[in-house]
Design a protein around this ligand. Sequence first.
Ligand SMILES: *Cc1c(COP(=O)(O)O)cnc(C)c1O
Length: 377
Amino acid sequence: MSELEKRTWAEVNLDNIRHNYRAIRNSLPAGCRFLGVVKANAYGHGALEVAKVLEECGADYLAVSCLDEAMELRDGGISMPVLILGHTPCEYTRMLVENDITQTITCLAKAVEFSEEAARLGKELKVHIALDTGMSRLGVLCMDDRFDGGVENIIRACKMPGLKPEGVFTHFAVSDTEGADNERYTREQFRLFCEVIDEVRAKGGVDFQIRHCANSGAVVNYPEMCLDMVRPGLLLYGYGDPENRLGLKPCLRFVSKVTTIKHYAPGTDVSYGRRYTTDRVTRMGVLGVGYADGLPRLASNQCSFAVAGGLAPQRGTICMDMCMIDLTDLPAAAVGSEVEIFGPVNPIETVASAAKTIPYELLCALSKRVPRVYKKF
Ligand SMILES: *Cc1c(COP(=O)(O)O)cnc(C)c1O
């Protein structure tokens, strides 16, 4: 991509991924494995590029959400273990086995399907059992009166032909959220997770090699819950540690350029819906970035972008391919100036809250139209 073709792009700093990996790794208890979550195109950073860095660094595992994402890694030459966190139809058992992909088992019925299919192929499918300890999404239910049944189902799944139970995990609902009630909830999820594992061992003689539950929130707030492996996503990309105790660095910079500058008289309506009216002589810049690139329309009139050493307020409704910013107070900004939509200067958290969302969603929303430019030092 030549400099001239650059309209809007995302700079991904792979060195910062490496830095964050090491920082997180160094905070873990000795012997704890590291699984890097690279689902959703590695939170917009580029799954294959991030996976290569993690493989180089010596990470133990990767996780994705579905088979296509796992195959993208295998087709790209990634040979380290890959766990699919979500559902895979059992017709794909052969593809899972042949590509040495680990599948999550979420209930007894799915265990039966995978077992039958794997046994029919004369193969063994590596699986991790998901427990639902309070997220109420995927996983074997084991809360309250479902405890005994849950334990029994897990033991049955682990003994089925064709299944090789390697790990067990659960997922936290509020490990990243402050407050006594959230802390109580997280601790209860963890307690239940451990209790189920103990019971499965006591009653069924099943010992899982890899027990894991710590997402980013837990790695930061509950390091005692790391067990055999941690499973950070957001943290790896440099976000999700508000006090930045780990010294993480954001890895992505979403950048656009000023394409045009125009001067308007006071009282001029700007953009669709006339939702902004100038109140002074205004020097307005037009950027080649819009909601089709992943800049949420909900942030219209609510956010600012970094340009020419300052912050330019965004004005008027964000369009599909363009938006406007007020450059009146930034005389150094010119046509061609780089504008940081979010990144090290203009934190993603600020733009996310302007759009009433979270950094996760902004990162995943970066569209295919935005070229990823990799920086490696
Ligand atoms: C997405 C996901 C993670 C990573 O979550 P972060 O909050 O980004 O650390 C971990 N585990 C599961 C099951 C997930 O779906």
